[in-house]
Ligand binder design. Structure first.
Ligand code: ZN
Length: 273
């Protein structure tokens, strides 16, 4: 699943392609992707709307139109493709935004788990799914003391707590494993038991890891590519994720894979005690 750095990369590659484009019509081949409102209203409201900007919140893309906002989540394998209107497409292409200049933004999703919500401008932040999204790693309100307060309140493991989008937005399985390694915290530690020093290390690992991953265009694990078909390169710099039985880059002992919070979890049992 694309996480914050991959979604941010999609946002950055889409931006120069579609900003300023006006929608002539929308076609939906698979209605379950459109979660709100109904498909007919979705298509009708977008007609004649111009894309002014694309924002990101956690793992969501927010397409900013004249007076509506399209909130899109790629889930497992969703991706956007920008094409000439006449270009061929396959059966995995489910939503078509045709622009007045005969180009088209297409949403392709082999697994079909992706979602789209359309809201009046301003409403999108007050209702689910965005109303439940926690703080962004680069938000100035994401501070050590705030993070510490949130962690005190939970009885869950640190892995489960960081995967939960309602506290820190945008981290998924790859980056949670990475930030825990970088801060030398065992994934099964109960979040409320972390020391101040550990929370400080975790806080800076989150910001640094996400920043470095964005600079590398994200991690290409499985099928992720950005809108221009390019792969990210951060996967070559991962410390633990996807490195089971390979030597720890810090101590040389083999990386372990186990299950925590129902997710495959990679860690070094010597570095993360
Ligand atoms: Zn190690």
């Amino acid at each position: 699943m694309p996480e914050l750095p991959e979604v941010e990369t999609v946002r950055r590659t889409l931006l120069p392609l579609v900003v300023g484009k006006t929608i002539e019509r929308v076609k939906v081949h698979r209605s379950k992707i459109i979660q709100h409102p109904d498909v007919a209203t979705f298509c009708e409201r977008l007609k004649g709307q111009t894309i002014h900007d694309i924002h990101r919140r956690g793992k969501f893309l927010l397409f900013q139109f004249d007076d509506v906002v399209l909130v899109s989540h790629l889930r497992m394998e969703g991706r956007y493709i920008y094409e000439k209107e006449s270009a061929p497409f396959d059966q995995h292409t489910h939503v078509f935004f045709a622009f007045t200049d005969r180009t088209e933004l297409r949403y392709r999703d082999v697994r079909k788990f992706g979602t789209m919500h359309l809201f009046d401008k301003g409403e999108e932040l007050r209702v689910p799914p965005l109303s439940k999204v926690g703080r962004e790693p680069f938000d100035e309100q994401f501070t050590v003391s705030w993070l510490s307060e949130q962690l005190q309140r939970t009885k869950r493991t640190i892995k489960a707590t960081l995967l939960d989008q309602t506290i820190v937005a945008g981290l998924g399985n790859i980056y949670v494993d990475e930030v825990l390694f970088r801060s030398f915290i065992h994934p099964e530690r109960i979040a409320a038991t972390l020391t101040t020093q550990e929370i400080e290390a975790l806080h800076s690992a989150i910001i640094q890891t996400i920043q470095e991953a964005i600079e590398k265009g994200g991690s290409t694990v499985r099928t992720y590519v950005n809108t221009q078909g390019k792969t990210g390169t951060f996967q070559t710099q991962l410390y633990v994720y996807g490195r089971v039985n390979m030597p720890c880059r810090r101590c040389g002992n083999p990386i372990i894979k186990t299950v925590v919070a129902n997710r495959g979890t990679h860690y070094c049992k010597y570095c993360q005690i």
